[in-house]
Ligand binder design. Structure first.
Ligand code: CTP
Ligand code: CA
Length: 227
């Protein structure tokens, strides 16, 4: 349910959220994919919706139910994810939380590869389009606020700061996935919000809480508190 009198600061705003893994076929029965539960992206779609945004969720296969009130566009490959995102434009907000496979198999086979005694086949990989970088390109269709994610180990804030600049997005949610953290498949996330003016360290919290806090920050960006 939605609280009838809850504040809806993102009413009238269109948001695009990517979530889940992408799945890249090798042949009709095999694929390579990324590890992603989709929990964080789906929670962000729901949190933006709760603040009143009109949300399109472009998602790879997950075990999650569709978030209430969002338009859901299921896809499998990175190229399908890019096409679905482009057809969801124009949007005011884009949040790329998907774990996109960096590579696909070049020359996917339309017939099942067989064990023919000649040893295992070699797969040649081709680079996938970068959806976050594409959405971040300047132009009339660029969403006003583009937010990426970065899963990093070690100097998390430094790597994510460099990634924000390389991708051309406005904000990056940097996720600490060092061994001992519980990000992948777990309920909790330790993140830093990287903007042009620096990094904000957030306490370890549930993915739903990260989503709610990110949605609040997005709402504040569009409705800065009057001073
Ligand atoms: N991303 C994307 N399309 C891709 C790869 C990544 O949209 N083909 C987005 C992810 O959704 C995430 C951000 O880019 O928001 C960072 O993803 P990440 O895998 O950390 O970045 P890469 O540039 O692929 O760098 P790395 O070599 O560290 O994997
Ligand atoms: Ca990557």
């Amino acid at each position: 349910f939605e609280e009838l009198d809850a504040p809806r600061p993102l009413a009238g705003k269109r948001a695009l959220v990517t979530s889940g893994p992408t799945v890249e076929p090798i042949d009709p029965v095999r694929y390579i994919a990324n590890r992603s539960s989709g929990k964080q992206g789906h929670a962000i779609a729901e949190a933006l919706r709760r603040l009143g945004a009109d949300v399109t969720l472009v998602t790879g296969p997950t075990r999650l139910p569709d978030p209430a009130g969002c338009t859901v566009r299921p896809i499998e490959t990175a190229r399908e994810m890019l096409a679905a995102c482009e057809s969801a434009l124009p949007a005011d907000i884009a949040v790329c939380a998907a774990a996109v496979a960096d590579w696909r198999v070049a020359g996917e086979s339309d017939r099942k590869l067989k064990k023919d005694g000649g040893g295992p086949p070699s797969l040649t990989l081709a680079e996938n389009p970068d959806i976050l970088a594409t959405l971040s390109q300047p132009g009339p269709r660029r969403p006003a606020l583009v937010v990426g994610f970065a899963a990093e180990t070690g100097n998390v804030v430094d790597y994510a700061t460099a990634k924000r600049i390389r991708k051309g997005c406005d904000w990056i949610v940097a996720n600490d996935v060092s061994p001992g953290t519980t990000t992948f498949g777990g309920a909790d996330n330790t993140v830093h919000l990287i903007r042009a003016d620096g990094a904000e360290d957030w306490p370890t919290m549930g993915k739903d809480a990260v989503a709610a806090r990110l949605a609040e920050a997005i709402a504040r960006h569009f409705n800065p508190p009057s001073t």
